[in-house]
Design a protein. Structure first.
Length: 232
């Protein structure tokens, strides 16, 4: 089955205080997006990948990727104002004969290729899969004034990660239905679930964390400098 990678990288890193596209922020000597793609390189999907860049930054992304990947540089297109819109645009740019799409955030540079492969296998079998980790923390639900109202049973709570992998037809249906109903989510597996599709949870690892804050970036630099990325 033909698989393509779709990398949402159109975030501007407001919470990181980056002052520019988060995916191009330096992570121990290389742009974050380059590290993410290098981590995924064993899958052999880089050249056909579709990268979503912030509006006005497509050329910057193309220049960075050309200098690191030469002939294997992926395609860069303009993302949307929300992550969901960025993914929808990427979905429109997949090759017509692609069966499986693996969506992986540029902001998670330490995913293990074996984890991605496990999610691809699960999506081929079940239609949709997402990487996630069982919650180690007790999760609290608060009211709008930050008072505790509910503590869900931790044994059934998972923290969502990426990749999220889909048979292309499943993801197209999920996005079409979200658009029609005006639903805006923060991930794609939820859209597929809302459409009635089963989504298999595939265990990830703690090192597949998302770089959001300056503390996350500092931690990510330590991971690279201590050579821990391959342990992800
Ligand atoms: O906003 P958050 O940090 O959760 O973003 C997760 C991923 O989605 C990041 O890789 C970010 O670049 C991407 N994103 C996007 N388009 C947006 C917002 C975020 O591709 N409009």
């Amino acid at each position: 089955m033909k698989t393509q990678l779709l990398i949402p990288a159109a975030g501007m890193g407001t919470r990181l205080g980056a002052g520019g596209p988060k995916a191009l922020v330096d992570l121990a000597g290389r742009p974050m997006l380059v590290r993410t793609l290098e981590q995924l390189a064993p899958l052999g999907l880089t050249a056909q990948a579709v990268i979503l860049a912030p509006a006005g930054h497509v050329a910057d992304f193309e220049a960075v990727l050309a200098s690191h990947f030469a002939a294997d540089a992926p395609t860069v297109i303009e993302g949307g104002a929300e992550r969901q819109e960025s993914v929808a645009r990427g979905l429109d740019r997949l090759d017509p004969d692609t069966d499986i799409v693996a969506i992986h955030d540029a902001a998670r540079p330490f995913v293990h290729p074996d984890t991605v492969q496990a999610a691809i296998d699960a999506a081929a079998r079940y239609g949709a899969a997402t990487v996630a980790i069982p919650s180690a923390d007790t999760i609290l639900v608060a009211d709008p004034e930050d008072f505790l109202i509910e503590t869900p049973d931790r044994s059934r709570l998972w923290a969502c990660q990426t990749p999220q992998v889909f048979q292309v037809a499943v993801l197209r249906e999920a996005h079409a239905q979200a658009r029609e109903s005006g639903y805006l989510g923060t991930d794609d597996a939820t859209l597929a679930c809302r459409t009635g599709h089963r989504v298999k949870l595939v265990p990830g690892t703690a090192l597949n964390f998302k770089i959001t804050t300056p503390a996350d970036l500092a931690l990510a630099c330590c991971v690279v400098e201590k050579g821990l990325a391959s342990c992800a």
